[in-house]
Design a binder for this molecule. Structure first.
Ligand code: GDP
Length: 428
């Protein structure tokens, strides 16, 4: 039995989904432990291409049990839509291979409205929310003003609970934002249209995980976003509203006794960042357009063009530390094949000082990057599956990163397909 967390080292979108899809066959259970439908994990396999938002990426592997843990923002409406879309592509989703924690809190219809209303109020000071209701949801969860999935099995108590929450929430909707209030009829319709459909999947996943651990089964923890979006360790306030770090996995999955034997951090061969916030190694103009096009860097959920930049050693080293990563998968190396010289940010400069340690968030917007250039390889590497077949310049690029982030790079991904991967694990 060996438990592994697959986590993002940077701003998210590093390619976690493709690594989970690749490695799931070695695990019995895949658990998502934080976040919600606000980002997307893209997976390409024999069933087709999928942008998974809430569903764990282990669904495509037969025999694997997929769990949405208590730390996840479960949006019944989005989940039903996603389940139906994935089923329509021929993937079986049943209560046998998908289980939702009865202790997961539910994203309510007003959470999305509040995201939208708040971004409108902020105008040009907005955070670039994906408007999936994530920040209002987590605020309410910590205020204890939402409902648990398991409450759906107790209709009488549920309606009384919802009436109380509704009264409170309508005050914010109408008095703060001047928006339309919700009625209990709206909520009953929502319960009927969406919550009834997810009920078959809701169960006591805590006991299931505990017993599975006793039986020696292995768990893969699948994170959303990356270190720099972690609520506590990231670029606050441009973080997400949950903990993206591996150390939260046992808590957010509802299996506090689970030990992480391995933490696989995913690093993209260059940087991307969605939404607002400081991004020191950002590229602009033609250079950025070229990288964005070559990397197809458009949001999986929103289609928004992603901001792109040079690989950032300062941020990546910090991300590795925050995740306590034990090994790294470097993804999208093939995307850089068009470059003559590969830019890498090795240091930040701010107020006459040099920073090799990731600075306090307030300083970030004042930092400029110190960029060095490594040799490019200018040949197609997308079919390479062995380290020794990689051009020397590509090997040197990987080794340079490895030395500077203090963590071994054990996988190199050279394409989005499952098998476009170079294994670099040292023999045990
Ligand atoms: P995630 O949220 O971390 O799973 O990442 P995303 O799914 O948002 O972004 C990763 C994107 O890159 C997806 O479209 C993947 O299919 C694609 N991808 C992943 N690994 C590679 C790779 O090595 N090369 C190329 N060209 N694309 C990749």
């Amino acid at each position: 039995m060996s438990n592994t967390a697959i986590v993002g080292i940077n701003w998210g979108d590093e390619g976690k989904g493709r690594m989970v899809d690749l490695l799931t066959r070695d695990f019995d259970i895949v658990v998502r432990y934080q976040g919600g439908g606000n980002a997307g994990h893209t997976v390409i396999n024999e069933y087709g291409k999928f942008a998974l938002h809430l569903l764990p990426s282990g669904l495509f592997t037969k025999g694997v049990v997929n769990i949405l843990g208590n730390g996840v923002a479960v949006d019944p409406e989005s989940l039903v839509t996603e389940i139906e879309a994935v089923q329509a592509q021929g993937v079986a989703i049943t209560p046998e291979n998908l289980k939702i924690s009865e202790r997961a809190s539910l994203v309510m219809p007003w959470h999305k409205d509040l995201d939208e209303l708040e971004e409108q109020r902020l105008k040009d000071k907005k955070y670039g929310s994906t408007k999936q209701g994530i920040a209002p949801f987590y605020s309410d969860k910590y205020q204890k003003k939402t409902i648990l999935a398991g409450e759906l099995f107790y209709p009488e108590e549920l309606l009384a609970h919802l009436e109380g929450i509704l009264e409170w929430k309508n005050l914010t909707l109408t008095k703060v934002y001047g928006a339309k209030p919700y009625t209990m009829d709206d909520i009953k319709k929502w319960l009927n249209d969406y919550c009834e459909k997810i009920k078959p999947y809701i169960c006591d996943t805590r006991s299931f995980l505990r017993d599975s651990q006793k039986e020696g089964k292995s768990i893969l923890f699948e994170a959303q976003l990356g270190s720099l979006r972690d609520l506590d360790e990231g670029i606050y306030p441009y973080t997400t509203s949950s903990n993206t770090s591996a150390s939260y996995a046992p808590v957010g999955s509802g299996c506090p006794s689970a030990k992480l034997d391995n933490i696989l951090g995913i690093v993209k061969a260059y940087s991307t960042c969605v939404g607002e916030g400081p991004f020191v190694s950002e590229m602009f103009g033609e250079e950025a357009d070229l990288l964005r096009e070559n990397g197809a860097e458009y949001g999986a959920k929103t289609g928004r063009p992603r901001r792109v930049g040079a690989l950032d050693i300062v941020a990546t080293r910090y991300g590795v530390e925050v995740q306590a990563a034990t090994e790294i998968a470097l993804t999208k190396l093939d995307v850089l094949s068009y470059m003559d010289k590969i830019p890498v940010c090795v240091r930040y400069l701010c107020g006459g000082k040099e920073y090799t340690e990731f600075p306090f968030p307030t300083l970030l917007s004042k930092c400029t990057p110190e960029i060095i250039y490594l040799d490019g390889w200018k040949e197609d590497i997308s079919k390479v599956t062995k380290w020794e077949d990689l051009p020397e310049a590509a090997q040197k690029y990987i080794e340079f990163i490895e030395e500077n982030i203090n963590c071994p790079i054990t996988y190199v991904s050279v394409g989005p397909e499952r098998d476009s991967i170079i294994y670099r694990k040292k023999a045990e």
